[in-house]
Design a protein around this ligand. Structure first.
Ligand SMILES: CC(C)(COP(=O)(O)OP(=O)(O)OC[C@H]1O[C@@H](n2cnc3c(N)ncnc32)[C@H](O)[C@@H]1OP(=O)(O)O)[C@@H](O)C(=O)NCCC(=O)NCCS
Length: 179
């Protein structure tokens, strides 16, 4: 059983430029475009899917199951100015070396990178996790060579804790504590 704080993950969060909503199965066609970009997928756990649509469906169904099971789940990031679906961010429960952790994950479509959106979203979910007292710390699990993701973690106030082997990847764990 997860010991994290009471599961209340229905809110639509908002930051200066972004809002969030839960994913729906109709997001699959749009999300399949994410997997067409090698830069996006090269640091993610490898899966054998027949096509990007199948990979996107598996990804989104996993988030829907997380919502259902009270295990948080990534949410869609929406650009407030235009209503565009620009990527995903959110809280995910993860097992790291036998310890249940609360992770902040983030992924952007390539045309929305380099504008600070991932950092803004990650900060939003860190703030949410700590104000809701979900856990005393949050982590990000990052492929050791994923420099852009490491920079997001640093800008999100996280510090490098350790390197480890996780789901067949050499990763680093960044962590921030609630004050
Ligand atoms: C990881 C990922 C989300 C990082 O995206 P990103 O665009 O580099 O990060 P941000 O959205 O926070 O943008 C930060 C960059 O925008 C720049 N920027 C431009 N305008 C900005 C603004 N108004 N505010 C803040 N930063 C701004 C920053 O200087 C920074 O650039 P730098 O890294 O060259 O210094 C993205 O590379 C991605 O989706 N990768 C594929 C999936 C993935 O690897 N996910 C992570 C798995 S652990």
């Amino acid at each position: 059983m997860i010991n994290f704080g009471k599961y209340r993950y229905d809110e639509h969060l908002e930051s200066e430029r972004l809002s969030t909503r839960k994913l729906v199965i109709d997001d699959v066609p749009a999300w399949s475009v994410f997997f067409e970009d090698y830069q996006a997928t090269r640091f993610l756990p490898d899966h054998n899917f027949p096509n990007t649509e199948a990979r996107a469906k598996d990804w989104i169904v996993r988030q829907l199951n997380r919502y259902q099971d009270g295990l948080y789940g990534l949410q869609a990031l929406i650009l407030k100015d235009t209503g565009e679906f620009i990527g995903m961010c959110g809280l995910i429960t993860q097992d790291v070396e036998g310890v249940q952790e609360l992770e902040i994950g983030y992924h952007l479509f390539k045309e929305f990178r380099g504008k600070g959106y991932a950092t803004e979203a990650a900060q939003l979910f860190k703030h949410y996790a700590f104000t809701q007292q979900l856990n005393e710390s949050v982590i990000s699990i990052i492929h050791e060579k994923n420099t852009d993701s490491r920079k997001v973690a640093q800008r999100n106030g996280m510090t490098l804790e350790k390197a480890c082997f996780w789901r067949n990847l050499n990763v680093v764990i960044y962590r921030a504590f609630a004050r």
